[in-house]
Design a protein around this ligand. Structure first.
Ligand code: FE2
Length: 365
């Protein structure tokens, strides 16, 4: 019933304003910390407020991620800073990109090889630097996973690295941080979370434990993303917690062919990950329909409507347009090879062949 091993963050704090409990949460790790953040923490004087909440004597350095999905070069640059400064802990406050950047750099801080080597399969040693995750979007669920997705900009390759010791020690889910999230980001990130909840639900590695998490996440996202998109901030806690649950589910059950496709497509078309997932999802739902009939019937009961219809409705409601439709498909052989090599594709409930990937790509484009 349980995934083996079961890996959870040791502590998860929730509640409006709980970002300011970060100083108390890291006290046991030591006085010297690095806070990796993106734009979200600069709004409303949040960074200054957070820094002021630390006791005198604490030595905190803020490190700003310029934006965009994290590259190997950015991980190396942050690793260099961590080796020089030797902090007692690293906290990331931001969207999935900020979390993955900091998770990889903290996780590899004392590792001997390059991030590129680890991305290529060199075994990762156990990380010891405590890592704290504070998401400002409800999407990747990276705060609850042992995974970091990194882009090798030289090879145009987007691939995850993972290690059990990458699990954040502390997670802080502060719904106030979602309030400033732009609507387009809210929608794209929410569709990533929804895709992850669906793919972990039907994954061939799903267990009753992960299925329960996936179902909680699916129902939560279905009921909270539309109101949040329409400006009802009361939906923020549910959305944030649902994305966290989807992260926990995928960290143990893995994903499916949507994420297998999303990495090679995202690396080449440079579209937001959630948008890429959303655009691949309808074709994958059709591809998986026969293999997942039982799950989809239960899901329909759970959310009160057909999941495929809901996706089509949401794509229209959120005004999301495909970055692929009508553009010429290029580098097909490489995309097929990378999709088939992906651990996500291997977890898809229906086995995926090269011809299947080409058929899916034709639908997506
Ligand atoms: Fe994702």
């Amino acid at each position: 019933m349980l995934p083996n091993p079961l890996l959870l963050p040791a502590r998860t704090l929730t509640g409006e304003g709980c970002l300011l409990r970060l100083p108390e949460a890291v006290r046991e790790f030591g006085q010297r910390g690095v806070i990796v953040h993106g734009r979200a923490l600069l709004g409303g004087g949040r960074l200054a407020q957070l820094l002021a909440a630390f006791p005198s004597g604490a030595q905190i350095r803020a490190y700003r991620h310029a934006g965009g999905e994290p590259t190997l070069d950015e991980v190396e640059s942050l690793r260099g800073e961590l080796r020089r400064d030797r902090p007692d802990w690293v906290a990331a406050v931001g969207g999935g990109s900020v979390l993955d950047l900091a998770k990889a750099a903290a996780g590899l801080a004392d590792a001997p090889a390059t991030a590129a080597d680890y991305q290529s399969g060199t075994p990762i040693p156990t990380a010891t630097l405590p890592f704290v995750a504070v998401p400002t979007t409800a999407g990747t669920g990276s705060e609850a996973t042992v995974v970091a997705v990194l882009t090798d900009s030289r090879r145009n390759l987007k691939q995850s690295i993972r290690h059990p010791s990458f699990m954040p020690r502390v997670v802080i889910l502060d719904p106030l941080l979602l309030h400033d999230c732009p609507r387009a980001t809210l929608a794209a990130a929410g569709l990533d979370a929804l895709t992850q909840a669906y793919e972990s639900l039907v994954s061939r590695y799903a267990t009753p434990f992960t299925r329960a998490l996936s179902e909680l996440a699916l129902k939560g996202i279905v009921e909270s993303l539309p109101p949040m998109f329409d400006g009802d901030r009361a939906a923020a806690p549910r959305l944030l917690e649902s994305s966290y649950l989807a992260g926990l589910a995928l960290s143990h059950a893995r994903l499916g062919v949507v994420h297998g496709l999303a990495h090679p497509l995202g690396a080449r078309w440079h579209a937001a990950h959630g948008l890429v997932c959303a655009c691949c999802l309808p074709a994958a739902l059709r591809f998986n329909a026969a293999a997942t009939a039982g799950d989809m019937a239960r899901l329909k009961q759970l959310i009160g409507q057909d999941f495929a219809e809901l996706i089509e409705t949401w794509l229209r409601k959120f005004g999301l347009t495909s970055p692929f439709k009508g553009t010429p498909l290029r580098e097909t052989a490489d995309i097929v090879r990378e999709t088939l090599a992906s651990g996500s594709t291997a977890a898809n409930p229906r086995p995926v062949t090269g011809d299947d990937v080409i058929a899916l790509l034709r639908e997506i484009f």
